[in-house]
Design a protein around this ligand. Structure first.
Ligand code: BGC
Length: 763
């Protein structure tokens, strides 16, 4: 609907009616108004299936919902590293929304995986903002391609479940920009979501639902978000402050008190009427965008949806280990499938994302009839016991053993973080026992977040399914028997022990002020920079074939940060089966004297290759690939210097690299004082120029003289080396010169500083 018509509608509303549009009508609906022909539309979860509940519903997944396709959870889909796969999920979700008359689906969930322990990691996409953003964008495009709204959530810095409604995430500006905001930024700019959901927590003291700097200044002002902003369910602290800050819809409803408070504030002027009108206009804009495009005759093809869920999982599962080519399995081999998950797979997590599946296909439904295949229960999830002897006997009698293990439902759910990274002890015990009896043991994992693997050296194969959705058995059979070649890669690091993680030991303990002490060293940024060994690095994933990456070339050797860099590499399938290769392009920063992550993923592309086939992949890097957030200018800034462009098979394995010189087009204008260290002034080109004019003669001669000393102190055996003298001098502020040079005065130093600042300002 045209903007002018929407404004006309709002103009005809009473203040109370306007206020009511800023609060949900019920648990799942936006307010409607018959008098003005404004329909009441539905919003519901998300993010990897549609959870449409009848009646007023509940939001903890306790009540029943209509059957829907349960797609692989975000942890899995993201591992495809293929935005088109995320888009396929989105398209299917959008189609079902049309058939079920749902205007907006609450997803994708795009919070950064700050620690492997977060209870909702299974819904989230990555520890890396580029992956999160691009995969999130794929899902948003798919959903909205069906004329249904997407709702990326939970904005912002909501990375734990512990006290999620009241905790205060204390995050510095640079970290927010480079990691937590960046996780949403690309997706908002690229895919233009119709709505966004704020998180429950506070960010640096202000509730996300009242946080104008992020909700209005960044989202709308900088990233051009033009949809409406809703709260998470119950995240509204003060409805008036929320609307004033840029919140448009407080969910859920009906909350008469919220309507009353907004109405009264608008009446008495505490809330600008303009701000209230603006919120209602934004909501109506999206309501009509859906209503005018709703296909009342839409139906959904559930069988096609089930097949789509299978395809997504086959593209997403990650082959972590495959020694002696234990996989793929061959028809006719004697294989024992072990574990309760063989017949009763774990394919989704708990909480608001919980889907009532259309149907579930487990591995046994697919392979149970195959010749030579047998089953041993191995463990009982409920009783937490194992049937070790029977499983070991069966394993011994077979050619290969495939154990299905994983985290039980209660381990991974909304509202609760894990306290450790371990599989249940009984499962670890069973795997070790089977592996000791059968050298060809493969472990297949159902989990939404990394687990420790104490038995890793004893098994030959590991296939990480994550939470693979309702068609997980079909996909698993495709992968285990080589019908489809695994091509998923980890979007998060698998640490060896929880003690190795960047947030240890704070994570899960802090519940009021949650201090993001690790700053931008999240995930692989930490492990690579700090040189910590890991179990499996970010970006890792095997295939039944092999690839080579050759002839890395850059289309220039030097550039400014206003120019773009073309990066090409030839990828060849060097094995004997078709497969998909993932090209990961990292940028290693120039030396600046500050600690930046050792390398950061700046581009990726997945390609299909027949055996022997070679393709050239070209990606383009622009300013942001080199930039960091500079807190002096509150903007992206590229320190000038030599950067290295690296192609890796994971964050830990770089197979080719080339340097490029990048020059900043922006000169920083720091304000120096007499207490600034000389070294800092010397590091600035203009500062150095002015300083050298005045002090050059002294510095060019005897270094000691530059420090105000007399004579050749460096000739004394116990005296400082030339290098140490220089370092000491560079650490000295101009103010200290006065203490060493009898004729110098503080006024002279202040004049010098003023001249330097002036020259910088006018440069
Ligand atoms: C969750 C959201 C969800 C909402 C509605 C909240 O508890 O945090 O992700 O969309 O409930 O179910």
């Amino acid at each position: 609907m045209e903007q002018s018509k929407i404004k006309e509608l709002v103009a005809q509303m009473t203040i109370e009616e306007k206020a009511s549009f800023c609060v949900g009508k019920d648990f799942w609906h936006v307010q409607g108004l018959e008098r003005l022909n404004i329909p009441s539309v539905m919003l519901t979860d998300g993010p990897h299936g549609l959870r449409k509940q009848g009646g007023s519903g509940d939001h903890l997944g306790l009540g029943s919902s209509n059957p829907a396709i349960c797609f692989p959870a975000g942890c899995a889909t993201a591992s495809s590293f293929d935005p088109e796969i995320a888009e396929l999920v989105g398209t299917e979700l959008g189609k079902l929304c049309q058939a079920e008359d749902v205007s907006t689906i609450l997803g994708p969930a795009m919070n950064i995986k700050r620690s492997p322990l977060c209870g909702r990691n299974f819904e989230y996409l990555s520890e890396d903002p580029l992956v999160s953003s691009r995969m999130g964008a794929g899902e948003i495009k798919g959903i909205q391609g069906q004329n249904v709204g997407a709702c990326p959530k939970h904005f912002l810095a909501n990375n734990q479940e512990l006290y999620r409604q009241t905790s205060n995430s204390v995050v510095d500006e640079q970290t927010l920009r480079e990691i937590y905001l960046a996780s949403f930024e690309g997706a908002v700019k690229e895919a233009k979501p119709w709505t966004i959901m704020c998180s429950y927590n506070k960010i640096n003291g202000t509730y996300a639902s009242e946080n104008k700097p992020f909700m209005t200044d960044v989202l709308r002002g900088e990233w051009d978000f033009d949809g409406y902003m809703m709260t998470d369910w119950g995240a509204c602290d003060d409805p008036v402050d929320s609307v004033a800050a840029g919140m448009d819809l407080c969910m859920p409803g009906p909350v008469k008190d919220n309507v009353r408070r907004i109405k009264e504030a608008a009446e008495n002027g505490t809330l600008d009427m303009e701000k209230l009108d603006r919120a209602v206009e934004r909501v109506l804009n999206i309501v009509f965008k859906y209503a005018e495009n709703h296909d009342k005759d839409a139906t959904y093809d559930f069988e096609a949806g089930h097949e789509a869920a299978r395809k997504v999982e086959t593209e997403s599962a990650v082959l972590l280990k495959n020694e002696d080519a234990v996989l793929p399995l061959k028809d006719g081999e004697k294989i024992v499938y072990i574990g309760e998950y063989v017949k009763n797979p774990r394919y989704q997590g708990g909480g608001s994302s919980h889907i009532h599946p259309y149907k579930v296909t487990g591995i046994w439904d697919v392979v149970g009839e195959k010749e030579g295949v047998s089953f041993a229960k191995g463990y009982d999830l409920k009783a937490e016991t194992i049937e070790k002897e029977a499983a070991v006997e069966a394993a011994r009698a077979a050619d290969k053993a495939v154990i299905f293990a994983g985290l039980p439902d209660s381990y991974e759910t909304e509202g609760l973080d894990r306290t450790n990274m371990d599989l249940p002890a009984y499962q670890n015990e069973l795997i070790a026992a089977v592996a000791a009896a059968q050298p060809n043991t493969v472990v297949v994992l159902h989990n939404g977040s990394p687990v420790s693997m104490p038995w890793i050296d004893g098994v030959k194969g590991v296939l990480e399914l994550y939470l693979g959705g309702e068609a997980v058995g079909l996909a698993t059979a495709d992968l285990l028997y080589g019908k489809v070649n695994p091509s998923g890669h980890l979007t998060e690091t698998f640490p060896i022990r929880i003690e190795d993680t960047p947030t240890y030991p704070y994570y899960g303990v802090e519940k009021d002020d949650v201090k993001y002490r690790e700053e931008r060293m999240v995930g692989y940024r930490y492990y690579e920079t700090m040189k910590r060994p890991v179990l499996f690095p970010f970006g890792y994933g095997l295939s039944y074939t092999t690839f080579s990456y050759d002839n890395l070339r850059l289309d220039r050797e030097a550039m400014t940060d206003a120019e773009e860099l073309g990066v090409s590499v030839d990828v060849t399938n060097t094995g004997s089966v078709a497969g998909k290769a993932l090209v990961q392009v990292y940028v290693a920063p120039c030396a600046t004297g500050e600690i930046r992550p050792l390398r950061e993923l700046r581009a990726f592309e997945k390609i299909a290759l027949e055996p022997g086939e070679k393709k050239t992949v070209t990606v383009t890097l622009s300013k942001r690939a080199f930039a960091e957030w500079n807190t002096d200018i509150h903007d992206w800034y590229v320190p000038s210097g030599t950067y290295r462009i690296q192609v890796g098979t994971s964050a830990a394995n770089i197979v080719a690299e080339k340097p490029v010189d990048v020059t900043s087009t922006r000169m920083l204008k720091p304000k120096f004082t007499v207490n600034t260290a000389l070294g800092e002034i010397m590091a600035h080109p203009v500062g150095k120029q002015v300083l050298m004019q005045v002090m050059g003669p002294m510095m060019g001669g005897d270094k000691a003289a530059a420090l105000g000393g007399e004579g050749d102190v460096a000739s004394d055996d116990n005296a400082l080396s030339q290098e140490a003298m220089m370092a000491t001098g560079m650490a000295m502020p101009l103010r200290a010169m006065v203490s060493f040079a009898p004729d110098a005065s503080i006024e002279q130093m202040e004049q010098l500083i003023a001249a330097i600042n002036n020259a910088i300002e006018n440069a």
